[in-house]
Design a binder for this molecule. Structure first.
Ligand code: SF4
Length: 284
């Protein structure tokens, strides 16, 4: 469903979207880098408001969150679109194309959250929730106003501007944020983004809610112990207890490098543990 977007300004004959650090300046009739925000006659519209492509009751550990309500289940939903273009995306069929979806109003979603048995709340995940902002914000706010004890979880690449992030955080209990690399080159060439805004998101979010970090270690791209050390050092400078999930890469979508070496995964864990108290391996 189309809905007027938040976080944009009108320029002379264009609009400037500042929801994420791409800061797209969009001509009339054109669309932003995320493929879900379009300029029509001086207004910016979100195209995926309420559009759900995937829904599942998942173990919280699958987000992955290991230190937030362990053993619980959470209703998880996603839409379509992303502000990154990672060649190794696991969910490219919804992140890189407009997928088949079903419209669910915020009231319907909150009702489903509250009537689903053994469910602690809602996780916005699968595609990138930050570019689904208006719906995520409306639902998170309504859920917290209706049932304070329900949990709101965001699984994100962290590529969001400070203002919308700070506006959403009062309604968020936990986040898993990808820190895909500690190299700006990697972010630029493999993801179509940049490193600094993600570091900023981690700093801000970790002061406001429970945060865990995921780093996918991709063979021949970021499988270096020096880089793992830099990531662990950065996180420990915020809080030594931030959990870090080091995840093993497998060939996917456009990237066909071989799966990450298992010995490297173990060495990476040992390296990160020199700085952090909670380091887990995933996909091994
Ligand atoms: S949210 Fe989309 S339109 Fe807005 S700046 Fe980011 S990529 Fe561009």
């Amino acid at each position: 469903m189309k809905r007027e977007a938040m976080f944009y300004e009108q320029l002379k004959d264009k609009v400037h979207c500042y929801l994420c650090p791409h800061n797209c300046v969009i001509e009339n009739g054109h669309i932003g880098k995320c493929n879900v925000r379009t300029h029509e006659d001086g207004k910016l519209y979100s195209l995926n408001y309420g559009e759900i492509t995937s829904a599942s009751l998942d173990p919280i550990e699958k987000k992955p969150l290991y230190y937030f309500k362990p053993g619980s289940y959470i209703l998880s939903v996603g839409s379509y679109g992303c502000n990154f273009v990672c060649g190794f995306c696991q969910n490219y069929n919804i992140s890189q194309q407009i997928a088949k979806s079903e419209l669910v109003t915020k009231e319907e979603l909150v009702d489903t959250i509250l009537t689903t048995k053994d469910n602690i709340g809602i996780a916005f995940t699968y595609n990138e929730p930050s570019i689904w902002y208006e719906y995520v914000y409306d639902c998170a706010k309504l859920l917290k106003e209706t049932s304070k004890e329900s949990s709101v979880v965001i699984v994100t690449n962290g590529y969001i501007s400070e203002e919308p992030l700070k506006m959403l955080l009062p309604y968020v209990d936990a986040m898993n944020i990808d820190l895909k690399s500690y190299s700006n080159r990697y972010y630029k060439e493999l993801c179509g983004g940049s490193l600094q805004p993600v570091l900023k998101t981690i700093e801000i979010a970790s002061k406001a809610c429970h945060v865990e970090i995921t780093t996918l270690l991709v063979s021949e791209e970021n499988d270096s112990l020096e880089e793992v050390e830099e990531i662990a050092k950065f996180l420990s400078s915020i809080d030594k207890d931030i959990p870090l999930h080091l995840s093993r890469y497998f060939p996917r979508y456009k990237l066909m490098n071989s799966p990450t070496d298992l010995k490297f995964m173990r060495d990476a864990e040992i390296t990160a543990r020199r700085y952090l108290n909670r380091v887990m391996l995933g996909n091994v």
